[in-house]
Design a protein around this ligand. Structure first.
Ligand code: ADP
Length: 830
């Protein structure tokens, strides 16, 4: 029987099956040849050697039946297995009949019935001996059991086959020692030589059918136990066998006497036993040493593991399949307040809040500890300390299968501190937000409060300058007041703008816009200053870019351009200023990258000051004796705006030669808008007289607005608050309402809402917010209330007339918030 490689059970199984088949066919062949021997009276075929016992023909039939049965009981077809079992049953019946008739000397025996002629033909009379009949019984029962395949069948078949083997062994030894010739007297050789061979084959075939039976599994195993077992069996059979044979031969030869030979055999047998014992003990000792080494190693590993567990920074808890705690490390002791001895063996539930308890469910954890659900995931749960305190914890669960055991391990971290910190952070954030809200409110109030008196100063100055009868000296003074007021307004605007950018998220309003148009707007805004200083401004643009539109916030981009352009003019006394617009888009990239540079031939900036320029309140010359005024906020605002638009800003400069301030922005290309809002430069103040209702509570402001509007030919009525305005709008037909916001009795927002709810003839009237409230949130509120546009105070006469003109155009539709704010924004630049 081949010893198969245990690592390939499939091949091993196939080899056993092949062995069974080969052996079964040999048995059939043996039976058939004996039958042939009987029919042709061939002595060799029926007894092997003259004088030996013959194989009874019935025995041959039983061998054929057993061989075929052995083949069939392994078949996958139930029908064939049934036939196999029937054949085994037949052999069993024959064996049993013969045994009974032999023991009780009953007639007729089945061989007399089946084969009388051949049986009678021999001398001595050939009968199936009861040892053969017993062997047939053993073999047929074993084969029958194989066919049943019931539990434990392997071991039963194995023992029957071994018993059969013992009968065969006796006969084989008997024949090999020459006891067969004296068959009548020798009980060993009563089965024929062929029968002994047949039993050996059947025994091998049956054992090969049950390789997993208890003894067979050991015999076939490839480990040391299997090796020793095989060695001992071989030694136990071969050495006494060979020695016994030798002893007989020596005795027969007359060289040494039987006693001497027997002594030699006995001594050799002792030696053999001693040798086997020595080998066995040696192997066992080696095994025992190995086991001790493994034990020591596993103990050391266990100690290392417990060391690691004890210093682990997270609580580690193991549970068995019944959710009972089996391991509780030092960190777990600290976290939960239980000593390990106290909690090990208790259910995991002891560490968790009651199921009915508040907050998160932890049924999943329990399931997963036993092997299902959330194994491998990290989740947050509520856990319970010994003192009953419930605390948040992050837990991850892993599962290990050891044989049939499932071990769940929870690694748990106490999140109490983390939650406390998070709570503190939330509180800090709330405080910061409250502070920011307070700051925003403060800004709004300050803005309003500063702008209201500034409105009077600016307004009256403009009115004074419109007078032609003013002597030249006072006129020069008034001009200086106007310039100072403009500077003050610009500073107030910068401060407010910067604060807005710092404290709030600035929402961009991207629309299709032309950079070329924005540059033109900027130039027209600063043209009076440029003319005054005699500094030419050029716009240089990449070919084709002048007709190109991009998706961007025109108000914010123009704000940056204008800031850089105003600075360039401010710090340049001779030469010129160039606005350079370039397309810097890398090949096949979207969005496009637009670069705008403002190059001047002014005073330039020393290298060591360049890096601080974009910080707030940073000025190259911050001395008391500086020649250029300004807040030092413009570039900081530009930098923030460029950052919001994901762009870059920078400067190159040489003192005495000039500076180039540049910024680049990623802007998707856009199609040209269908209807363009005309730029300010295109606006012409109309002399078309309009009927306007001015809603304003402050008399000074009323006076200014009336003077500006009536000076342009418009007819102006005044309402001192929102409630009066509603009545007047209802009573008379106006082309436009100019609405202040903060007023007694009824504010402008409420009034605008009410007007929008009035009957259709009135509800559509354009309402322009004319107010010192300029923060983005406030402006958004005005539009939400239904206002058409927003004009901030201090009011500029040109802007006021411009917006009246636009809002009262016959085909003018009310603008949506975002677009309208741009329209207004263009108009309000100083
Ligand atoms: P300011 O209101 O003071 O102009 P900015 O932030 O716009 O504030 O500019 C900060 C400083 O950068 C200026 O005070 C000036 O010293 C310097 N600066 C800005 N632009 C130029 C320029 N084109 N040429 C020379 N210096 C400049």
């Amino acid at each position: 029987m081949p010893i198969m490689d245990l690592t390939d059970p499939q091949a091993r199984q196939e080899a056993y099956a092949r062995t069974v088949d080969v052996v079964a066919w040999l048995v059939i062949l043996l039976g058939a040849s004996v039958m042939l021997g009987w029919s042709i009276h061939n002595q060799w075929l029926i007894r092997g050697v003259q004088g030996y016992v013959t194989m009874n023909p019935l025995s041959a039939v039983c061998f054929i039946a057993c061989g075929v049965a052995l083949l069939l009981v392994h078949s996958t077809s139930p029908r064939k297995r049934e036939i196999g079992a029937a054949l085994a049953g037949f052999a069993f019946l024959m064996g049993a009949w013969l045994l009974v008739s032999n023991i009780f000397d009953l007639e007729p025996t089945p061989d007399h019935i089946l084969f009388p002629r051949s049986v009678m033909a021999l001398n001595p009379v050939s009968v199936m001996h009861h040892s053969t009949a017993f062997g047939v019984l053993l073999a047929s029962s074993a084969i029958f059991i194989l066919g049943l395949r019931k539990s434990g069948y392997q071991n039963q078949a194995q023992y029957l086959a071994l018993a059969l083997g013992v009968i065969a062994l006796f006969a084989t030894v008997g024949y090999s020692y020459g006891a067969g010739l004296n068959a009548k007297l020798n009980p060993l050789t009563l089965p024929s030589l062929h029968t002994a061979l047949g039993f050996i084959l059947l025994s091998i075939g049956i054992l090969a059918s049950v390789p997993h039976a208890s003894l067979m599994a050991v015999l076939l195993s490839r480990d040391d136990t299997g090796r020793i077992f095989r060695l001992m069996i071989a030694a136990a059979i071969l050495i006494p066998g060979i020695l016994g044979w030798l002893c007989i031969r020596l005795d027969e030869s007359g060289y040494i006497g039987f006693k001497t030979a027997e002594t030699l055999v006995t001594t050799w047998s002792m030696l053999q036993l001693l040798l086997l014992t020595f080998i066995t003990v040696q192997v066992m000792y080696k095994k025992s040493v190995e086991r001790h080494r493994h034990l020591a190693e596993s103990k050391a590993a266990q100690e290392r593991l417990s060391g690691i567990l004890s210093i682990a920074g997270e609580a580690i808890i193991s549970v068995d399949a019944d959710q009972r705690i089996t391991l509780f490390n030092a960190c777990a002791e600290q976290t939960f307040g239980y000593a390990s001895d106290e909690i090990v063996g208790k259910p995991l539930q002891a560490l968790l809040p009651d199921q009915a308890g508040p907050k998160r469910a932890h049924g999943g954890i329990l399931n997963s500890a036993s092997g299902e659900a959330v194994v491998g995931k990290r989740c947050e749960i509520d856990a319970r300390r010994k003192n009953g305190e419930i605390f948040p914890a992050a837990v991850s669960i892993s599962q290990l299968e050891l044989g049939r055991d499932k071990i769940g391990t929870l690694v748990l971290r106490d999140l109490t501190e983390q939650h406390r910190n998070a709570q503190a952070l939330i509180e800090e954030k709330n405080k910061a937000e409250a502070a920011m809200r307070a700051e925003t409110e403060f800004l709004a109030n300050m803005s309003h409060e500063i702008r209201t008196p500034l409105n009077s100063i600016s307004g009256f100055t403009q009115l004074l300058l419109q007078r032609s009868d003013l002597p030249s000296e006072p006129q020069a003074h008034v001009k200086k007041i106007r310039n100072a007021t403009s500077a003050l307004i610009s500073i107030v605007n910068d401060i407010l703008d910067y604060s807005k950018l710092e404290t709030s998220d600035v929402a961009l309003s991207p629309v299709p816009m032309s950079p070329f148009q924005l540059a033109n707007n900027c130039v027209s805004i600063v043209s009076s200053i440029a003319d005054l200083k005699r500094i030419p401004i050029r716009i240089q643009i990449d070919p084709g870019l002048d007709a190109q539109f991009f998706q961007g916030d025109p108000y914010r981009i123009q704000q940056i351009m204008l800031n850089l352009l105003s600075n360039a003019l401010k710090f340049t006394d001779e030469g010129g200023v160039t606005i350079l617009i370039e397309d810097e888009t890398p090949a096949s990239s979207d969005p496009a990258w637009l670069r705008v540079s403002v190059r001047d031939t002014g005073i330039g900036i020393p290298h060591d000051r360049l890096d601080r320029l974009f910080q707030r309140f940073s000025q190259v010359d911050g001395s008391l004796s500086r020649s250029y005024d300004g807040s030092g906020l413009g570039l900081a605002i530009c930098k923030r705006l460029v950052a919001i638009m994901d762009g870059e800003i920078g400067v190159n400069s040489t003192p005495g030669e000039g500076s180039t301030f540049w910024f680049r922005l990623p802007l998707p290309r856009a199609p040209a808008p269908i209807a363009q809002v005309p730029s300010d430069g295109e606006q012409k103040i109309s002399a078309n007289p309009r009927s306007i209702l001015l809603v304003e509570d402050v008399e000074l402001n009323q006076e200014i607005a009336i003077a500006m509007l009536s000076g342009a030919g418009h007819k102006v009525d005044v309402a001192s608050n929102g409630a009066v305005a509603i009545e007047m709008v209802d009573a008379a037909k106006y082309d436009l309402v100019l609405m202040d916001i903060q007023m007694p009795v009824m504010d402008g927002v409420t009034a605008a809402k009410k007007i929008r709810q009035m009957n259709s003839g009135v509800a559509d009237i354009p309402i322009v917010a004319l107010t010192a409230n300029v923060l983005p949130d406030e402006v958004a509120r005005f539009y939400a209330a239904g206002m058409s546009a927003h004009l901030r105070k201090p009011v500029d006469c040109g802007e006021l007339l411009n917006i009246v003109q636009k809002q009262t155009r016959p085909n003018h539709t009310r603008l949506s918030g975002a677009l309208a704010s741009h329209e207004v924004a263009h108009a309000i630049e100083p």
